[in-house]
Ligand binder design. Structure first.
Ligand code: ADE
Length: 224
């Protein structure tokens, strides 16, 4: 997979993409991530990337020309399966969307800023608009990092234990059951006996029951 991120702040991605599983995925060649600075595509004398809204009101709008130039340059180089725009008014990201995106070859993610991008960018280039939740961030960068992380970890070979992504919360519309490791007792706090029983069938049934109970208690909406 290849992910191209279009942003005013490429350095914001250094942390999230240079550690842990996402770093390893890049080292293994499973994913290539390129961060492009939109400002580099501004032909404006002062490298201006925003301007006042025609409608007036507070807040700047990201200008159409530099973003269009960058998108068109990338599109001329390869086909993109989705061109995603991060915005609080997009569809809310969920595990199903992450699963679908993990099957794609080339993704582009445009990070919104200020009051957003000129609507014509959204009308003519964007194929998918994603929000990561009903709250407003200072920009789309953190959202793009979240989307990338959720997608990349699902690509086969990224997580060493192939089954572990399949047993995540949400994969079957259930939250994950509680987990324990050694020691079996700490300060008198005991691991449930059944997990020490060695009876795989009973353990499996316990896990399913716990997942169901947890979902019913915390996220009954998932069971509908
Ligand atoms: N940009 C600002 N807030 C956002 C959000 N919640 N999701 C995606 N992009 C955003």
């Amino acid at each position: 997979m290849r992910i191209d991120i279009l942003t005013l702040f490429p350095e914001m991605f250094q942390g999230p993409f240079s550690e842990s599983i996402i770093k390893r995925a890049q080292d293994k060649g499973v994913v290539e991530i390129y961060c492009h600075n939109i400002r580099d595509y501004s032909t404006n004398k002062h490298k201006k990337v925003d301007d006042y809204a025609f409608s007036g009101g507070a807040g700047m709008v990201m200008r159409i020309e530099p973003i269009a130039a960058l998108i068109e340059k990338l599109k001329a180089e390869r086909d993109y399966d989705e061109i995603i725009y991060t915005s609080p008014d997009g569809q809310t990201l969920n595990q199903g969307i992450a699963n679908q995106l993990s099957l794609k070859g080339n993704l582009m993610i445009l990070c919104g800023h200020y009051k957003g991008v000129d609507q014509r960018i959204r009308d003519h280039y964007i194929s998918m608009e994603l929000s990561i939740g009903d709250y407003v961030l200072t920009g789309g960068e953190l959202a793009a990092a979240v989307i990338s992380d959720a997608v990349i970890r699902l690509i086969p070979g990224v997580i060493s234990d192939e089954t572990s992504a399949l047993t995540d919360s949400f994969q079957d519309n259930l939250l994950a059951p509680p987990v324990y490791t050694r020691p079996a007792e700490f300060k008198g706090w005991k691991v449930p006996d059944i997990l020490l029983s060695g009876d795989d069938k009973k353990v499996e049934a316990w896990k399913e029951q716990q997942a169901y109970e947890r979902t019913k208690q915390r996220r009954p909406d998932l069971l509908k």
